[in-house]
Design a protein around this ligand. Structure first.
Ligand SMILES: *Cc1c(COP(=O)(O)O)cnc(C)c1O
Length: 454
């Protein structure tokens, strides 16, 4: 009998994370201090992050041990199952074999708790009592609330006000796990008060929420800030996905020809792909595709530049593909993919030709998500639909070429809290928007004063 689910027993959970910084053909350029255009020093970050995570951020050690206390928590839902998508293959009448790694089985419903648990643990052992963060649609805020609760830390989440009002379920989830969630801009910080004075009903933005959370972290006792994607240490924590998938594929004598993940800040894509990119650096043939929304085409249309990580220009300059930090993406339902930049690691891999990128429109991705739900049953998150759209296109290509391709995709999360988006799609209310080249040029004008990454 062919296997539907390829599982790993608890005792085969990977015990180390893989750090691709040890193997990159070209190292990622250092973050710069925007005031001087010179590399920042680790202690400049120490008001924001605990030093043990800053060390991971800069480490070039290939393997980093996962602490026992972190493994114990990850075992609540890991190793996650790898599924063969027989029903989807049949519906597409493709000779391709499609596998998906189900990260939707975590308590918060996505890959995000993989790093939330690790970050909460490293803050805890560093003596931190409280973490402040931002959240857009609420996926990161809920993952960190869960993780802080597991390690007995307080958690405060600044949630973009428009989402706070429109999407109450993620907020309820955060409160269920004991976190405090406030709409941002809030009256609790100087940054928030400034925006509220301009407009008491300010809808907020991710950039404003980041500014509030960082201000909270640097001005409160025993508090640090936490980010759910983009940074090297976040990507490190997510590599457990790909390390498990390698064991699972090997156990059925398969190796992927094509690896696919959706990319917002780049962490779930990297988590699955990087252990395989290591094989590719060592000579293996594998195609690796990061998928993004046509309305936020960071990798496919943004240049490789130094830019700020946030709208309010509080972060160091990062070397990355970017649409400019002033960019406000269209309000698509894949909230987790609405970010102007991309992880420096993912950006570097694209520059060096080790990965490729594709963009799909919102309607294309929901069509793919509905096809998936009506074959494989599980309802994917709107972000995940991007990876599925690409996998379906590759499976159709395999059919045209008559090739038995093996496709592996990261099923980054479930869509049970995003049903309003499916409702909008099914009732014909969803719209497409793509970004024009002149709009991108305009956004990038102000960034020409910063150095070009080499
Ligand atoms: C947050 C999120 C993403 C995008 O974030 P990355 O850091 O690029 O992985 C993708 N899928 C789901 C389900 C998410 O919650």
């Amino acid at each position: 009998m062919n296997k539907k689910k390829i599982t790993l027993p608890d005792n085969e959970i990977p015990r180390q994370w893989y750090n691709i910084q040890a193997d990159l053909p070209n190292p990622i350029p250092p973050p710069l201090n925007p005031a001087t255009n010179t590399p920042i020093s680790p202690d400049m970050l120490s008001a924001v992050f605990p030093m043990n995570l800053i060390e991971q951020e800069l480490s070039t050690e290939r393997w980093i041990d996962i602490p026992e206390a972190v493994l114990e928590k990850l075992l609540m839902w890991r190793p996650t199952p790898l599924y063969r998508a027989y029903a989807l293959e049949k519906a597409l009448d493709t000779p391709a074999r499609i596998y998906f790694k189900n990260e939707g089985v975590s308590p918060a419903g996505s890959h995000k708790p993989n790093t939330a648990i690790a970050q909460a643990y490293f803050n805890k052992v560093f003596g931190i009592k409280r973490i402040a963060t931002e959240t857009g649609a609420g996926q990161w805020g809920s993952a960190l609330s869960f993780a802080c609760n597991q390690f007995g830390l307080q958690c405060k989440v600044y949630m973009v006000r428009i989402s706070y009002n429109q999407k109450p379920y993620r907020k309820m989830l955060m409160e269920t796990w004991g976190a405090q969630c406030v709409p941002s801009p809030s009256p609790d910080t100087n940054a928030g008060r400034k925006f509220l004075a301009e407009n008491p009903e300010h809808p907020g933005s991710l950039g404003i929420s980041i500014s509030e959370a960082i201000e909270d972290a640097v001005t409160s006792k025993d508090t640090r800030y936490s980010l759910g994607s983009v940074l090297n240490h976040v990507i490190l924590h997510q590599t457990i996905i790909g390390l498990e998938a390698q064991k699972q594929m090997a156990s059925i004598n398969e190796y992927p020809d094509i690896i696919i993940g959706c990319a917002g800040g780049g962490s779930n894509f990297s988590g699955l792909a990087l252990p395989f990119v290591r094989d590719k650096i060592n000579g293996k043939k594998v195609k690796v595709i990061a998928v993004e929304p046509a309305s936020c085409p960071t990798l496919t249309k943004g240049p490789y530049i130094y830019d700020f990580g946030d709208t309010a220009e509080t972060t160091p300059l990062l070397a990355m593909h970017s649409l400019g930090h002033a960019f406000v993406p269209a309000p698509i339902h894949a909230g987790g993919l609405r970010y102007h930049g991309m992880a420096p690691i993912v950006s570097r891999l694209l520059v060096d030709g080790l990965i490729e990128a594709k963009a799909y429109t919102q309607l294309q991705t929901f069509a793919a998500g509905v096809t998936f739900a009506r074959t494989e049953g599980f309802v994917p998150a709107p972000e995940t639909n991007h990876a599925i759209a690409c996998a379906i296109e590759e499976a159709k290509k395999a059919k045209e070429e008559g090739k038995e391709k093996v496709i592996l995709l990261n099923w980054s999360g479930h869509g049970i809290m995003d049903l309003a988006a499916y409702d909008a799609y099914l009732s014909g209310k969803l719209e497409d928007s793509a970004m024009g080249d002149d709009e991108i040029q305009k956004l990038l004008q102000d960034l020409s004063k910063y150095p070009k990454p080499k």
